[in-house]
Design a protein around this ligand. Sequence first.
Ligand SMILES: [Zn+2]
Length: 439
Amino acid sequence: MEGEAGERVDLTLLRRHLGAILAVFLCAAGLPLAAPPAAAAPGVPRVSDIRAWTNEIYTRVAIDTGDEVSWQANTLHADPARGLPPRIFIDIRGAGIRDEILRKPVEVRNGLLRQVRAGRFDRDTVRVVIDLERESTYRVFALPGPFRIIVDIDGEGAIPNLPTGPEAAAPSGPVAAVPSPEDPAPPSVIPPSVESPRAAASHPAPTRKHRVRVMIDPGHGGKDSGAIGPTGLKEKDVVLAIGRKIREKLSGSGEFDVRMTRDEDVFIPLEERTAMANKGRADIFVSLHINASPNRRAEGFSTYVLSRGASNREDLELAARENGVPIRKLQGIKFIIDDMFTGARKNESLRLAKTVNDAVVRHVSTRYPGAQSIGLKQAPFYVLVGARMTAVLVEASFISNAREEARLRDPSCLDGIADGVVEAVRYYGQNGILAHSDY
Ligand SMILES: [Zn+2]
């Protein structure tokens, strides 16, 4: 029975904070405790998991619903009189929720976040509440295929006042205040006016006290093979081999702290890869991929940085394929990309991407004369969205091109690609460009 146990825990959580208001809420909503769960209906999306990656200055929370849902995010100030911390809450309409999530809040308590809890707000709204230790800037966006809502919380960007515009006018009461029936339809992304102002500009110039941290991200893995070449070579295997070579070459000097998002043939969701880099406070994020095209003659190396759009159809198709979604789904995160990926970090990423691409082509050319450079490019890759460091995505030739696929079977070609990335990262690390890093 999804309903009963869930409701009970839900109420316990709410009751702890609400007292009398809860009774009013229940009457108003006409919500019997044993109401049949919305999720029992076939085809109704439901919150199936809540995942979190966190350190004391950064947290990413992912709320999995599988199917697309409408949602709305908002904030509430701390309410010392009631013992309530500042909260971010996300209302998900027309969704059910898995029992285990109702029973078990995600406890964090790391100085930024206390816990993430969820409950049924009314018959068809699930509310996920993030209890913060202190008021923080945040961004919320959704990724499709499968649908998940991502909340990025920046503990360094503490702000004195949360936004108070009409759209941000959170219910003045505690978490379970009843929404007005006139509430506007939830937007698919939070309008810019609702977002907390970014505090990046106020960051003091930090001095780096640790070795340069590099997160290498071999794309795909496990059930996701990535692109497959004419003779069956799989992108996921090639990029893992390249990633291991980069780690080995870069780790030798002791100058770099090199990590990998995966070191085996496993599937890792895109948002988790970014979260791993952020949580690990990487200075540089390099996502490794191999391109593919229906045009079997397409060839060459390119390196991308994040942008809201792309300059041509091929790049959009590439991003859609790497994101695992149809092109029409790429639109949803435009505002978020514009807002998050600006200023020094974008310039640094552009610079690193150009350096990487030039070096990779040069190193591969010594083994395979005539290796082509497509150059520096931009496209909306999900794996780069929300990365807090200099971040690039390498498309190391076309696995769909028979000649390039054959090269990619040659370990010396993979060495060349790895040498190029290593040279570029070294150059980048040694030239003080990292002084503007978020850390
Ligand atoms: Zn790929």
